[in-house]
Design a protein around this ligand. Structure first.
Ligand code: ATP
Ligand code: MG
Length: 199
């Protein structure tokens, strides 16, 4: 009878063979479009974490925040002076804060014009469009030009988009979609938003 160690070794050898085959099959080299959606906490922070990873490899990055939330977020304070990050905070705030549709639409158009420019600039390796999805949800920006610009972008360019809900048109052209599910949140236990965790 095989002992536990030998059984384990065989199981792992088999697993390694399957994983190696899958790795060998994924040969294409190109940038990807990643969508982070859902009601749970962790979308923007994951996207900024990925940008840090990209910067570690010497890549050039840009961020557009389509909704200006708090004044000085930790991510802004940390990345704004990085020589290979262009950090653009656009918009005036959440719709329920601004309560001004015309102004929100004008800000959205301005932010999108910048996004379109970045999507044609091959010197950027990584683009983060934080909260872009709301622009579509509220009808501030049409989705078709977004799809076109994303599809025409430089081949090596990685793009991440965050937002609770994503237009199906964006999901159709995405390579990777992750949904962050809300199971528990400290806010509902009465814990105040804190620096370094929420912003
Ligand atoms: P984070 O920036 O922390 O990664 P997020 O990008 O996933 O969060 P958003 O929908 O952008 O979440 O919301 C932004 C703010 O709301 C953050 O301060 C976040 O901590 C908080 N938040 C996110 N999800 C929830 C939730 N389910 N309940 C309460 N607050 C939340
Ligand atoms: Mg977010």
């Amino acid at each position: 009878m095989l002992d536990e160690n030998e059984k384990h070794r065989r199981r792992m050898a088999n697993k390694k063979r399957i994983i190696d085959e899958r790795i060998a099959q994924a040969q294409e080299e190109r940038g990807v479009l990643i969508l982070l959606k859902g009601n749970g906490k962790g979308k923007s922070s994951s996207a900024f974490g990925t940008m840090a990873r990209s910067l570690g490899h010497g890549h050039r990055c840009a961020v557009i925040q389509f909704i200006k939330g708090r004044d000085a977020t930790g991510e802004f304070l940390f990345f704004k002076d990085h020589p290979r990050v262009d950090f653009h905070v656009m918009g005036h705030g959440f719709t329920w804060e601004t309560q001004d549709r015309e102004q929100d639409i004008a800000a959205a158009r301005q932010a999108w014009a910048l996004a379109e420019q970045l999507l044609t600039d091959g010197s950027y390796d990584f683009l983060l469009f934080d909260e872009l999805s709301y622009m579509v949800k509220y009808g501030y920006l049409p989705v078709e030009p977004m799809v076109k610009a994303l599809q025409r972008r430089p081949q090596h360019q990685n793009v991440m988009i965050t937002g609770r809900t994503m237009a199906t048109e964006l999901q159709d052209i995405a390579d990777t979609i992750s949904q962050v599910q809300d199971e528990k949140h400290a806010f509902r236990l009465g814990v105040k938003a804190q620096a370094g965790i929420e912003f």
